[in-house]
Write a new protein. Structure first.
Length: 280
């Protein structure tokens, strides 16, 4: 280290003496070969121009050279400000503009892709797979709501099973192929029961049906999903509200309905003993 410092000091002294001298000969530059070998980037010589004519040559090497950091973002901003864009960038911009125009023109098409429009046959097929059939909208003249009857049925809607009776209200996953106030027939009846008999299906009871009316499409209560990985700075919180459909059961068919008990009270024989007065 000491030898290299001494060498550098000697070289710098020779360099400054060479610069301040009035001779235009380049013979003393032979002694700078070692310096040029150590720092080739700092010494730049022009053959056509003499060394003594560059007045600011010594000021550039009085202090150590600081590295320069190139920022590509600034260069891109300057080019964009000057209006100098490459052909590739111009093509990308044109492509984005054309894409926006196409999206604006095909707005209806994109909405149809997001919300798929099912045909009548597809609706019937999907409803049959889930376990119901749409009869039609409910009319004001229809008298579908009946008084309570002592019957019950177990029906399957999708992957869920429900025990229902006349007048009950159940919540199922959203039925996409029906609207509010539509009359439905639930075909997948697994069991029927009353006070007199019970019918078990294998797996479905034939000629059995449960009638219902769609009252509302609603959302369930919000559920919070929280995920965490300890020591990993990982936390995710999400919320979910399940789409539901509310059905009102109106009638159960496929089983004999028991007779309603009479409301009249049977007269019980009086157990009172009448006392008779006898004259003597």
């Amino acid at each position: 280290m000491m030898a290299s410092r001494r060498c550098l000091n000697a070289l710098t002294r020779q360099f400054f003496t060479l610069f301040h001298s009035n001779s235009q000969s380049l013979q003393p530059l032979k002694s700078l070969s070692h310096y040029h070998f150590l720092y080739p980037q700092r010494l730049v010589l022009n053959v056509n121009q003499p060394l003594l004519q560059s007045h600011n040559f010594s000021s550039q090497y009085q202090r150590p050279h600081k590295p320069k950091y190139i920022n590509d973002k600034k260069d891109d901003e300057e080019e964009a400000g000057n209006g100098e864009t490459s052909e590739e960038e111009a093509e990308e911009v044109e492509g984005e503009i054309d894409g926006q125009k196409e999206e604006g023109e095909s707005g209806n098409a994109s909405s149809s892709v997001i919300e798929r429009a099912y045909s009548v046959e597809e609706k019937i097929k999907e409803a049959a797979e889930i376990g119901y059939k749409v009869v039609g909208p409910l009319q004001r003249s229809d008298r579908v709501f009946k008084p309570y009857e002592p019957l019950f049925a177990v029906v399957q809607i999708g992957s869920h099973q429900f025990k229902v009776s006349n007048g009950d209200c159940i919540y199922t996953e959203k039925l996409k192929c029906c609207d509010v106030n539509d009359k439905l027939i639930l075909n997948k009846v697994l069991l029927l029961g009353s006070s007199n008999q019970t019918i078990v299906g294998r797996p479905i009871v034939p000629d059995a049906a449960v009638h219902a009316v769609v009252e509302e499409h609603a959302l369930d209560a919000k559920v919070i999903i929280f995920k965490k990985k300890r020591r990993k700075n990982y936390r995710r919180t999400k919320g979910h509200r399940q789409e539901l459909t509310r059905l009102r059961i109106t009638d159960i068919q496929g089983i004999e309905k028991p007779e309603k008990p009479s409301d009249r009270k049977t007269e019980k024989p009086s157990s009172k003993v009448e006392k008779v007065a006898v004259a003597i």
